[in-house]
Design a protein around this ligand. Structure first.
Ligand code: ATP
Ligand code: MG
Length: 479
């Protein structure tokens, strides 16, 4: 199976853009900053205008008082002066470019209303001030100027300023800097982002232009943001390189392993063809069978290796009764044990339920039992033991063979490794299969001493998941 498998054809095309996202974020920040500044400005202006409006209202009340003092008994003359003052007020506002504020003026003399003016107020679309309430409210500013000795009080209400800011004209005044500024900002920001993203694009190009064989590291990136990405890609490439080399070695070893029995098959077949001597023909036929058996065994082991461990195609695990599973395998191994007069014993509880992958654990048991029988002296004893505790289930296979020297105990798990000077045939894959199958179940394999202080004892400890029990699962129609 190729490691560098082609990308699936139905991949969803990338539709989001980091570039657009960053650009959008920048403009969102500009807009929000603008909105916050405008809000702040409006509050400040509101306060300032309210203060200015009050000062102005007070001034006009004082002016009205000064006009009223010499005309307390000439209401018509006072009315005429006030109309003149109105004219001045209007002119002032016209020069400012706005309409004059609405107001209501009362001149009281010794408790009697001498004059009342509210130019334009009657045509207003909002409620006039309450004339009996002498205080400012949310809409009206109130001011008073009095001359107690003369019994004169001037009362003046003036509308609170501020509407303009919330009008379309006011809003466009504030929006103008943003409207003029944004188009001017777009180009430089766009260019800056393009420049900023260019190294990332270059890395993408460097990777996409490579051939599938080129796993050399990418050049280091001088940018702190990109260095972790480049390092991660390089470390992935290094791991891939290592893995490819291992796969290549594996392929060579597998071919080599098959070459010897196939050469025997070929030679024996030729001898069978040419030879007349029945004894030699029988010998050749025997060698032919052995060659075929060994090649078949190696192929079987290669398949078991491919199916076990992290590379397994089917990793599914289900609750299985381990005692039945192990005894089935022990029964399958018993003809081989019988042929070597080896006593094969199983010690196990009544039943023991465990979540496992059946095929993978089957290969694990087969290989341990096979090794124990194969490397035991004729007439020996092989014990397979299952012990069940709430934390873990332990599977042990103990024999009376030569054992494995401590210094080789790590090495025997390597693929195709066999201890030199071996009389028994094998492909050196059994313990690699055991280790992978155990790892697939989160289990640990430990080598120790076998029976009666000699031989080899292999213990595989399967941890139980928290809350798991050794009782059978509820019926679920399991295959
Ligand atoms: P295969 O299992 O693929 O047919 P194999 O038995 O040689 O071949 P492994 O099962 O991986 O390969 O074992 C590796 C080596 O470890 C063996 O060659 C053998 O030397 C040693 N070994 C394994 N099991 C035992 C054992 N029970 N007693 C003594 N030596 C053992
Ligand atoms: Mg073996």
């Amino acid at each position: 199976m190729s490691l560098l498998a082609a990308a699936p054809a139905t991949r969803r095309p990338a539709h989001r853009s980091l570039f657009r996202r960053s650009l959008g974020a920048v403009f969102a920040v500009i807009f929000l900053t603008w909105a916050a500044l405008i809000a702040r400005e409006l509050i400040d202006i509101g306060l300032l205008q309210s203060r200015n409006g009050q000062a102005e209202n007070q001034l006009w009340a004082e002016l009205a008082k000064l006009q009223a003092l010499p005309r307390l008994d000439q209401p018509q003359a006072l009315e005429a002066r006030m109309a003149e003052l109105d004219g001045l007020l209007r002119d002032e506002w016209r020069h400012k470019g706005h309409r004059p504020p609405f107001y209501l003026l009362q001149v009281w003399h010794e408790g009697r209303l001498l004059l009342r003016r509210d130019p334009d107020l009657s045509g207003r679309d909002r409620s006039p001030p309450q004339e009996g309430v002498y205080a400012s409210d949310s809409r009206w500013l109130y001011a008073e100027a009095s001359e107690p000795e003369q019994g004169l009080i001037v009362r003046r209400w003036q509308e609170k300023p501020g509407d303009w800011h919330f009008s379309v004209a006011g809003f466009s005044y504030y929006a103008r800097p943003l409207l003029y500024g944004l188009p001017l900002l777009i180009l430089p920001v766009w260019l800056l982002f393009r420049l900023g993203f260019a190294p990332l694009q270059r890395i993408g190009q460097q990777i996409s232009q490579r051939s599938a064989k080129d796993l050399s590291p990418l050049p280091d990136s001088p940018y702190v943001e990109l260095a972790p990405l480049v390092n991660a890609v390089n470390s992935l490439m290094a791991r891939l390189q290592l893995r490819l080399e291992r796969e290549r070695e594996f392929l060579l070893d597998a071919a080599h392993e098959l070459k010897t029995p196939l050469a025997v098959v070929k030679l024996s077949a030729e001898a069978l063809d040419g030879g007349q001597d029945t004894e030699r023909r029988a010998e050749s036929a025997q060698r032919l069978r052995q060659g075929v058996d060994r090649a078949t065994h190696t192929v079987h082991q290669l398949l078991a290796l491919a199916r076990s461990g992290a590379d397994a195609l089917d990793m599914a695990q289900r609750e299985h009764e381990l005692v039945a599973l192990v005894s089935d395998r022990v029964v399958l191994a018993s003809p081989m044990a019988l042929s070597r007069q080896i006593e094969l014993e199983l010690q196990a509880p009544e039943e023991c339920w465990l979540r496992v992958n059946r095929e993978s654990v089957g290969a694990l048991i087969d290989n341990l039992v096979d090794n124990a029988i194969k490397y035991s002296p004729a007439g020996g004893h092989v014990l397979v033991r299952i012990s069940d505790t709430p934390e873990a289930v332990q599977l042990e296979v103990l024999d009376q063979g030569p054992g494995i020297p401590a210094e080789l105990q790590a090495k025997v798990f390597e693929r195709f490794y066999r201890i030199p000077g071996q009389e028994q045939h094998g492909s050196g894959l059994g313990l690699a299969i055991v280790e992978r199958a155990a790892a697939q179940h989160g289990a640990r394999v430990q080598l120790g001493t076998g029976l009666e202080g000699r031989g080899l004892g292999v213990a595989v400890r399967f941890p139980r998941e928290a809350g798991a029990s050794s009782s059978p699962p509820a019926p679920s129609g399991e295959a």
